[in-house]
Each structure stands twice: as C-alpha cells, then as structure tokens.
Design a protein around this ligand. Structure first.
Ligand code: PMP
Length: 287
C-alpha cells in the first residue's frame, strides 16, 4: 500500500504518496495516541464531510489533544487531496496522531500531526456477499466499557480489538465479526453499526459502547422518511433468533444486508433493499 503513485496531504501540503513517512519513535505508534476517519466521495462530492471532520476533531479532544486545523480547513484539505489524485469516487482516510517529539507515556511536548490519503475502494465486502447477505462470526473480544476505553472516539487503539476479531472471523471463512459489549449486549461489527428488522420496524443498539456512525444516523433518517419506526435500545444476543433480518451500516460498508450471524440465519428483507437504494440515491445527490 505504501508503494503507489499519487499524493497524500501531510501537515498542510500535498507530498508524493511514497514519501508520506514518520519516525519509528512516534508516540501514536507506541501508545495509540491516534484518531482517524473513514469517508467517501461519490460523483466528486464528499458525503457528509463536515460531520466526519467534526467527529475527527472531537475524537482527538476525547484523547486529550487538539488537531491544529478547523473542520473547514480539514474539509478543504480533503477536497484538495481527492482532486490531486484525480478521483471522483474515493475512500478518504484522515488520520491525526501525536508525533515523535517526545517518548514516554506522558504526552507533554508532543505535536499533533494530520495526514489525509484517498484511494479507490469500490466495495468493502464482495458484491456476491452483499447480494446474498454477509456472514458474521460471533466475536470473542468485546467492546470495552465507557469507563475502560474512549469508546465514543474513533480512536486507533480500539481497532486492536476490531482487528483481532476480524482476523478470527476471516480465518473461519466469515465476512466480518459481531462484537458484544462489556455487559454482553449486541454492540457492532468491526467497522460498522448493526440494525435488526422485526415486523417492519428497525431495532439498533444505543451508542453507549459503540461508535455513533454517521451512516447509522443516515439510515435512521432514511427509515423515518419512509415512515419506518426505529427503536434504539439494548439488544441481547438471544433476541437474534427472533429477528426477520439484519444489516450493517458504515461509510466503507454502506448499507449491507446480513445473511447469517453465528447460528442465526436471515433472508434479505425488501425493507433493507429499499434503504440500500435510498442510500445510493442520497450519496449520489439524487434524493
Ligand atoms: N463502528 C465502527 C467500529 C467503525 O469503525 C465504523 C466506521 N467508521 C462504524 C461503526 C460506522 O461509522 P460511520 O457510519 O460513521 O462510517
């Protein structure tokens, strides 16, 4: 991935992709003082750019650092990077971290760096899996409690758990993993939120222990626009036997139907297909 053409925005300017490096004594690498975003541009327009830039800044604040750029400046930098790489449909990865100015757990004296990379990432899951419904493994590692880790931030450190779960799922032939939270409630997939369908209504976990996804919010708005009731509540794993269907939401995953979660099987619901169509129309400016 580090060996390709193109440009990466790095601390205020565009530099060649291969030159976007940092020192091995970077604080973010050793102590996970790092936050990031995942965004998409469709037909040349970045979807909900401001919401993502604000979440990035807020994630940094939760970890105790201030990104030295405003949401407006980050939005502009993203547009500049997408254009410089000649992309119209792109995945965008802004990342902010504490640098190599200091070493040790303490952060005093470290500087906050920001980089933005963009590339083509058409489908997070295979088109066949998206058609039939994804298969989720029941994850071993749980989402930590809100007083154990900064679960509301999109913080790099939390993805240690996600990566271990994702790799275990892949090793067993699954598309992704569903994590429970510290109490045993249904939480989220490794990079997406989850919704269940029952009798024409949607059920989704509260955001106490999961990332408050921007796509999650969009899906709620699209459902309400169609007059579909959305119930945000605690969901327990035993309930998964009774749902009619389920789907994931996330910037990379978009809206993706589920076919299986561990021992539970679901048919792809019409309601889910409608929301997938609405989402495609919305992000392409056709709704
Ligand atoms: N949960 C986790 C753990 C994620 O990494 C993501 C992707 N950012 C999401 C949920 C979905 O968030 P969004 O819809 O804002 O992309």
């Amino acid at each position: 991935f580090d060996d390709r053409d193109g440009f990466i925005w790095y601390n205020g300017k565009l530099i060649p992709w291969r030159e976007a490096q940092f020192h091995v004594l970077t604080h973010g690498l050793h102590y996970a003082s790092s936050v990031f975003e995942g965004q998409r541009a469709y037909s040349g327009k970045v979807f909900k750019s401001r919401e993502h830039s604000e979440r990035l800044i807020n994630s940094g604040r939760i970890l105790g650092f201030e990104i030295p750029y405003s949401a407006e400046q980050i939005d502009a930098a993203i547009e500049e990077t997408v254009k410089a790489n000649g992309l119209t449909d792109a995945y965008i990865r802004p990342v902010a971290w504490r640098g190599a100015e200091t070493m040790g757990v303490a952060t005093k004296g470290s500087k906050v760096h920001l980089a933005i990379a963009t590339w083509v990432w058409p489908s997070y899951f295979s088109p066949e899996a998206r058609e039939k419904g994804l298969r989720l493994h029941l994850a071993e590692w749980r989402r930590p409690a809100p007083h154990t880790a900064p679960v509301r931030a999109k913080a790099a450190g939390l993805y240690m758990i996600a990566s271990m779960n994702k790799d275990a799922a892949s090793a067993e032939g699954f598309d992704d993993a569903l994590m429970m939270d510290y109490k045993g409630r249904v939480a989220e997939a490794t990079g997406a939120n989850i919704f269940f369908i029952k009798d024409g209504k949607l059920h989704t976990p509260t955001v106490e222990c999961v990332l408050d996804g921007i796509t999650r919010q969009t899906a709620i708005e699209l459902a309400e626009r169609r007059g579909i009731e959305v119930i945000v509540r605690d969901i327990w794993p035993e309930e998964m036997a009774d749902f009619d269907g389920a789907f994931l939401t996330g910037t990379a995953a978009e809206i993706a139907p589920l076919g299986e979660i561990g021992p539970y099987k679901y048919a792809v619901q019409e309601l889910c297909k409608d929301l997938m169509d609405d989402y495609t129309n919305l992000v392409n400016g056709r709704l």
